[in-house]
Write a protein that binds this ligand. Structure first.
Ligand code: AOF
Ligand code: ZN
Length: 362
């Protein structure tokens, strides 16, 4: 039976896990809280970077001998394997923990089985407390393990009537400075930022994270099928972060730095690249989360291919009328084909509204 104290401790563990967002990839974000036998918090920890100690180890170290007879709250099932670090299930047993409450089972076959190991040692191991919230904070990693491809968030900024530019193509700045700063936080949490050729040509974006101390710069990816949008001297080729220009395998890319070129097959249908192949190539490079920043054509292709896991829209209180829509053709021609979403969050960001939604389960 979960008590209010259990929920409070797990909520704290989820908050701690979130501190690792942007720095743990290709590993999960994980938080851990240890309460002693009387219910006092004696240890807290979170996973900070791949290869470093797991959350449980940080929390057990902080607790020391006071962990004996206590309860550990972990956002992910404790690992059972010796990878870059030792098995946390064993560490919890050795610390004398009496009960382990974890939110989400570990889908990573190599590490799974921690709960069984704990039970075999006579420790109560309970799953599922605040599982939805723990899933949400770890969505990128869980998706990448379950599907074998990176988690994709499509982000756009539009007028309240859903336009991303005015009729004459002017588009700077529809959303507010606050929203633009918030996008840098999304970039900092992503392993890769992806844009299409239209955006590269129109905006010459740099795609780096600015204004966030200690941020890890994401890989910059431009989908430039015909290798005509990114020219030598483009800002995306600066030294600020690594860059990949994804081009069709028959495109002439001699004007691009060779190490930046990623050759991929064309899509079976439509004008672009094979997007599952793009995601597979990024996954092979350790990318677990992608922030897709447009434009409307590339976003439409991702939606049509069923490759968008989350949508974040910044809606500015302005009307533009006849400009282009945030999403071009997404393979939807009649209402019964519409992609229905569930809104998971709405927040005011300065004067704008940020809406987060995920494809509906229905
Ligand atoms: C983490 N941090 O706090 C927990 C993890 O590469 P390794 O050896 O560190 O193992 C990573 C796996 O361990 C990871 O994929 C997940 O299944 C499990 N738990 N991992 O990086 C943590 N608790
Ligand atoms: Zn572990």
């Amino acid at each position: 039976m979960d008590t209010a104290a259990d929920t409070t401790a797990m909520r704290r563990a989820i908050t701690l896990a979130a501190r690792g967002l942007g720095s743990t990839s290709p590993n999960p974000v994980v938080g851990c809280v240890v309460l002693d036998a009387s219910g006092q918090t004696v240890g807290e920890g979170f996973h900070q970077r791949a290869g470093g100690p797991h959350a449980e180890i940080h929390a057990l170290r902080a607790a020391g001998g006071t962990a004996r007879g206590g309860t550990a709250y972990v956002t992910l099932e404790p690992c059972n394997h010796t990878g870059r670090t030792g098995p946390c299930a064993q560490a919890l047993i050795e610390a004398g923990i009496a009960r382990v409450v974890y939110a989400v089972g570990d889908p990573n076959a190599q590490a799974a089985g921690g709960a069984e190991t704990l039970r075999a040692a006579g420790i109560k191991a309970e799953a599922g407390l605040l599982a939805e919230e723990a899933e949400a904070v770890n969505a990128a990693w869980l998706t990448s393990v379950r599907l074998g491809r990176p988690h994709v968030t499509w982000k756009y900024a539009a007028s309240l009537d859903g336009r991303v530019a005015a009729a004459d193509a002017t588009s700077r700045w529809i959303s507010s400075a606050e929203s633009r700063a918030d996008v840098h936080r999304l970039r900092a949490e992503a392993d890769a930022v992806v844009v299409g050729s239209g955006t590269a040509r129109a905006d010459d974006p740099q795609l780096g994270v600015r204004g966030i101390d200690g941020a890890v710069q994401p890989l910059r990816v431009v989908v430039d099928t015909r290798a005509t949008a990114v020219r030598p001297g483009a800002r995306v080729l600066d030294a600020g972060a690594p860059t990949l220009i994804a081009v069709a395998d028959d495109a002439d890319s001699r004007h691009l730095p060779g190490e930046a070129v990623l050759r991929l097959p064309r899509a079976a249908t439509g004008p672009g690249l094979d997007l599952p192949a793009l995601l597979a190539a990024l996954h092979a490079r350790g990318v677990r989360s992608v922030l897709l920043e447009g434009g409307p054509v590339l976003a439409g292709a991702f939606i049509a291919a069923g490759l968008v896991d989350k949508v974040v829209g910044y809606l500015a209180p302005v009307l533009l009328g006849a400009g282009p829509a945030a999403l071009a053709d997404a393979g939807i021609s009649t209402l019964t084909e519409a992609l229905r979403l569930d809104v998971t969050e709405t927040v005011r960001i300065g004067p704008d509204l940020r809406v987060t939604a995920v494809p509906g389960s229905a």
